[in-house]
Design a protein around this ligand. Structure first.
Ligand SMILES: [Zn+2]
Length: 569
């Protein structure tokens, strides 16, 4: 090493750069497709490799160049998916010195002159290799005129020329170029696979390491093998003897997963003290609050996936138990925690003291964890002595001054009542509406509810006042209806003034009362207290739906169908 400022840095990344396609981890689909193209002799003149930064595009491009130009150890081999690594082309490509393999970084050569240089070179046959290969990295950075110049070459490329483009931003590459390329997408390597890879390297390098520590590195690398190896290098250089979870956590400024798990599971169990102590420990060792909340969100996501029946292939052994434990909280609770954390994460950036904001978030999480889920809540409410939503739902009577409800009774009445109209029953506007509904006169029932103020009601004599935009014929319609269904002559007279509220107005008032009653239920009051900006949206029949409480301005519904809860166990 000549660079003493960064001892050992990138050593592993270089040492374990894949030499064959079989060593390229996590890119099985790409290798398969490329293998097929190669064995069928259907190789394009141009390839484009795309994927996020550090995922191995350049390594893959060099591998491909080797495979295309490899002549085998005995000098008679064909293009192959398994370059020998021994022949002259393989070796000089590996060191970047092959005269026929040119690597160009478009980020620093974007002008048309460079493209012209390439095009002029394209005319010449390869000096020694089978193919003249141009590897153009970050190809999306080329200027428009450079692309145009390149396009002419791509349209009629000489047989012995291949282009390998690499890009992080495939959308910036003109379609005219893309359409002439075989496209290969490099995927992020899953954390579990990356952890195994790191494990294997540690074994070979005699680095003692906890699997948790390697998993933390793999997660931090976000699917990039190169980044993972660089981090492993750094961590190994820091470790006195063994590479531990704490050491990696310190290095990354991120909490270890077990720390995050301690905080989260304690908070979810409502054990605020333990959760805060665990946070304090992680914070004092240098974990950033933002990284911590991100990790908590990640855990909630994994647990929710598990609770929803998703697979846990991405988990390493030690995580599996943590996630399974958290998943027991159930979808509803996990969803609630997710919403809280997501909101808290957004607020963290605006907080003058992120650590304090994080502590507040943990307290809120622990407090919310003690709240019953909406489904549990609805099971409890009817047992309280106050007016319950279930009775309120079926009671149409606006208030206690009005006669008793009769919806159910009306429905239960035998058909014979049709001919023996119960005049005695029709002692309220409600009973008339009920009769109308029973007889299928829904429009009339609705109009009575919305537009009729009762002035007086005696058998055969109804006096009303009209409210709102009542239809002209309403009084006549009511009379006709009553005449038909009671078998008695009815007089319906209109009065100028009616002080009684319409049934709709009564209903509205009663809804408001119910809303207040529910809001004052101790359990609901606590929920509204814990979730600032929450409001009771709608009160529905608890048999099928439960109260929906909207938190803040987003669409985070805490409500969930009781059936779903059961299904999810
Ligand atoms: Zn070779």
């Amino acid at each position: 090493m000549t660079d003493t400022a960064q001892p050992a840095y990138r050593v592993l990344a270089r040492k374990y750069r894949p030499n064959t396609f079989s060593e390229l981890i996590g890119q099985d689909a790409l290798v398969r497709t490329l293998g097929n193209a190669l064995s069928l002799g259907r190789l394009a003149h141009a390839f484009v490799l795309t994927g996020v930064r550090g995922i191995g595009k350049t390594s893959t491009a060099r591998l491909l160049a080797k495979g295309l130009n490899c002549i085998g150890a005995d000098g008679t081999g064909d293009a192959t998916l398994e370059p020998c690594g021994m022949c002259e082309p393989c070796q000089s490509i590996a060191t970047g010195h092959h005269v026929d393999v040119l690597e160009i970084d478009a980020a620093s050569h974007t002008g048309v002159d460079d493209a012209r240089e390439i095009i002029e070179g394209v005319g010449y046959r390869p000096v020694s290799a089978r193919y003249k290969i141009y590897i153009i990295d970050e190809v999306h950075m080329m200027s428009k005129s450079a692309f145009n110049a390149m396009l002419k070459t791509l349209e009629e490329p000489p047989d012995a020329v291949k282009f390998i483009f690499a890009t992080t931003e495939i959308r910036k590459v003109p379609v005219t170029i893309l359409s002439r390329c075989q496209r290969y997408d490099l995927r992020r390597v899953p954390a579990a696979m990356l952890t195994k890879h790191l494990s294997m390297i540690c074994e070979r390098e005699f680095i003692a390491a906890d699997t948790d520590a390697l998993a933390a590195i793999a997660r931090a690398a976000e699917g990039s093998v190169r980044d993972a190896l660089s981090l492993l290098d750094q961590a190994a250089a820091m470790a006195a003897d063994k590479l531990t979870n704490n050491l990696v956590a310190d290095m990354l400024g991120k909490p270890g997963r077990s720390e995050s798990h301690t905080i989260l599971s304690a908070a979810m169990n409502g054990d605020c003290g333990v959760a805060l102590a665990a946070f304090e420990a992680a914070y004092s060792r240098g974990s950033e609050p933002e990284a911590l909340v991100t990790d908590l969100l990640d855990l909630i996501h994994l647990a929710s996936m598990q609770a929803a029946g998703g697979t846990d292939e991405a988990l390493i052994e030690s995580e599996r138990a943590m996630v399974a434990g958290l998943a027991k909280a159930g979808i509803a609770r996990l969803g609630r925690a997710w919403q809280l954390l997501l909101k808290g994460h957004a607020e963290l950036g605006q907080a003058p003291n992120p650590a304090a904001a994080c502590e507040m978030l943990i307290i809120r999480l622990a407090h919310a964890a003690q709240m019953p889920t909406p489904a549990e809540l609805m099971q409890k409410i009817p047992q309280t002595p106050n007016e319950s939503p279930s009775t309120a739902q079926t009671t149409r009577t606006p208030d206690s001054n009005m006669p008793a409800p009769s919806a159910q009774r009306a429905q239960e009445q035998p058909d014979s009542d049709q001919f023996n109209p119960a005049m005695m029953e029709l002692t309220s506007l409600n009973s008339i509406v009920d009769l109308a509904e029973t007889k299928g006169e829904m429009l009339l029932a609705a109009r009575i509810r919305n537009h009729v103020r009762l002035v007086s009601l005696q058998p055969g004599n109804l006096q009303i006042a009209l409210a709102g935009a009542a239809p002209d014929q309403l009084a006549g319609d009511i009379a006709g209806f009553l005449n038909q269904w009671t078998g008695q002559r009815w007089f319906v007279s209109l009065s100028e003034f009616g002080s009684e509220k319409t049934l709709a107005e009564h209903q509205h008032e009663s809804d408001e009362k119910l809303r207040d009653a529910i809001a004052n239920e101790p359990l609901v009051a606590r929920i509204l207290d814990v979730f600032p900006g929450a409001s009771i949206d709608e009160i529905k029949n608890p048999e099928t739906t439960i109260t929906e409480i909207t938190v803040g301005s987003n669409d985070a519904l805490l409500g969930t169908n009781a059936d779903d809860e059961e299904m999810l166990g």
